[in-house]
Design a binder for this molecule. Structure first.
Ligand code: AMP
Length: 253
């Protein structure tokens, strides 16, 4: 069985995102970009499945700007066997929407025939949480979202999901789409020799037109604003004063 792991290049999660003054979007100039953290977890899990002999190979795929090759090289260094880059745009400000990504992934699935597509539950730049679900629907596959544990048992995946106030375990027949949550594992750092080796490994470069997918956006972002600055707190001198503030100023009781 092969495992396909879609990985997205996003702003590094340690970076404080700055919004352009005119509200036109996020400032990406000289900003560190990295692999989406949920995708790092999906990749780690796929590599662990390979190490446990549950899968033969791991294929990492990214759709976006040519610079996404950097995160694919990281995926190779961590343990992916092959990398596919679908060059969809040269402009880092253009975000390929979940439906277009899902259609491209569907076409790659038809070529590669993976037994499992293991991906992040959401991209931290657009917070869509949609691509995995759309892909499963387009393929007619079962899906298990927000997975915190995964076991492969023959032609079934046993998935523990984080749901409100608890955990749910379900079985899904393979091939399937599984989207991973934060607590599934702790991704490893690639060793320096593996990073060096990954630099020389091939990366298959493809184009959305080869798959007949229209990547034109269907959404228009009309405005982006930073969260409101938190106002300074006030110290009240009695419970009565607190209750009165909560009732009259905050309007919460
Ligand atoms: P989203 O639905 O945009 O929140 O993304 C959910 C997951 O879909 C991500 O964690 C990735 O695994 C995958 N994904 C989304 N966009 C891309 C992309 N441009 N290239 C590769 N994988 C992607």
């Amino acid at each position: 069985m092969k495992v396909l792991v879609p990985v997205k290049r996003v702003i590094d999660y340690n970076i404080k995102v700055r919004v352009n003054q005119d509200g036109s979007g996020v400032n990406l100039n000289n900003i560190k970009m990295s692999m989406n953290p949920f995708d790092e977890i999906a990749l780690e899990e796929a590599v662990r499945l390979k190490e446990a002999g549950k899968t033969e190979s791991v294929i990492a795929v990214s759709i976006g700007v040519p610079e996404s090759q950097t995160i694919l090289r990281k995926a190779l260094a961590v343990g992916a066997d092959r990398a596919i880059l679908v060059e969809a745009t040269d402009d880092p400000h253009i975000d390929i929407e979940p439906l277009a990504v899902a259609k491209i992934l569907k076409a790659i699935t038809a070529e590669e025939k993976p037994g499992l597509i293991l991906m992040g539950k959401q991209a931290i730049d657009n917070d869509m949480n949609a691509t995995g679900q759309m892909l499963a629907a387009l393929l007619g596959y079962g899906q298990a979202t927000f997975a915190s544990k995964l076991e492969i048992d023959g032609d079934t995946a046993i998935v523990t999901r984080e749901v409100d106030g608890g955990l749910q375990t379900l079985k899904v027949r393979l091939p399937a789409v599984v989207t991973v949550d934060l607590r599934m594992n702790e991704p490893r750092y690639p060793s320096l020799p593996n990073v060096m080796k990954a630099k020389r490994m091939p990366c298959d470069i493809r184009n959305p037109a080869e798959f007949g997918v229209d990547i034109n956006p269907r959404l228009e972002i009309t405005r982006t604003v930073e969260p409101r600055e938190r106002e300074a707190g006030v110290i009240v001198d009695s419970v009565d004063a607190l209750v009165s503030k909560l009732r009259e100023e905050a309007g919460v009781i």
